[in-house]
Design a protein. Sequence first.
Length: 213
Amino acid sequence: MLNIPVQSIVNEAPVVAIVRRPKVDPVRCIEHLFQTGIRLVEITMDTPGAAAIIKSLQSGVPANGLLGAGTVTDVALAEAAIAAGATFLVTPTLNLEVIRTARTQGVPIFPGAMSPTEIWNAAAAGADYVKVFPAGALGPGYFREIRGPFAHIPLMATGGVNLENARDFIRFGLDALGVGGALIPKSNDEFDRCGETAQRLLEIVREARAPRG
């Protein structure tokens, strides 16, 4: 069984970068994200060669970082990702078999959910964090409402999260944010800009989590 300190890493840098079929070299992209201060990166399993990319980067992940697999839609993908060395899994939907596979292997799991029932069932099945998707369509206010009955469930907002709304998501009760397009370069000329966005996003999240006087 693995012993992955996912909670302490999320507490330190609560942004999960989502690398999905990037237009730039995915290896360079992931390495760059870690260099900018991001500590959790997921490469989606619908990215060509995702498992091979995870395997090739094992020695390049920071000691306080995790490289996981996203869009894990079934047990076969979960097992392939874990075999390649993924240190957390993210799913787009609530798949109890994938959750069980992750728990059996000792790998943190962030299953996707939207409704209160799905969120509750994901947490009951053993989710480390429940990925609520699509967060942008639901809006930050959705989380303010569900935090009442679900105060104990760790939640991550994904889908439509950006620099403009990140602060509100955190203030309304989110533990982590999943961010894709804003952090991923679309060309080799955009690495610096995306690096600045990553650093600013981390600053916003940490400021929003700080106690207010």
